[in-house]
Design a protein. Structure first.
Length: 137
């Protein structure tokens, strides 16, 4: 396995700062992921591994994304994706992770185009959502 730097961040702004500074060589660790296996066999060679809130999610970053922390409860993904669809915001990639069943969860969703403020406000208003942010890289 190749050497890489590892950082466990405590906030999204800190994660974004680390990812932006590291450039395209950074990867995110958070949820049911095969990233560790890919690291072991040399399939991926990140320069930096960022661990968000101890929740494993293997995700690459796109130009326009929505970051959501939420309670892991049935129905959230359908409501969230439906809201984006109703707003004509196409989902490019959708990455999920959770710390335990019914616990804290993370969604990192790449979308085609900018996230309008009113759409972000609707996401933030979903019952299970703790935090939602638009990310632009």
């Amino acid at each position: 396995m190749n050497d890489f730097d590892y950082v466990a961040v405590k906030s999204i702004p800190e994660a974004v700062e680390k990812l932006v500074n590291a450039g395209s060589g950074a990867r995110v660790l958070a949820g049911g992921t095969d990233l560790i296996v890919q690291l072991r066999v040399g399939k991926v060679r990140p320069s930096l591994l960022v661990d968000i809130k101890g929740i494993r999610v293997d995700a690459e970053f796109g130009k326009s994304m929505i970051y959501v922390t939420n309670e892991d409860k049935p129905g959230f993904i359908g409501k969230f994706a439906g809201l984006l669809g109703d707003a004509k915001l196409n989902i490019a990639t959708f990455h999920l992770g959770r710390n335990k069943p019914g616990g804290d969860a993370i969604a990192l969703v790449e979308v085609d185009g900018a996230v309008p403020a009113d759409v972000l406000a609707q996401v933030q208003a979903l019952p299970q959502v703790k935090q939602a942010k638009a990310l632009v890289f």
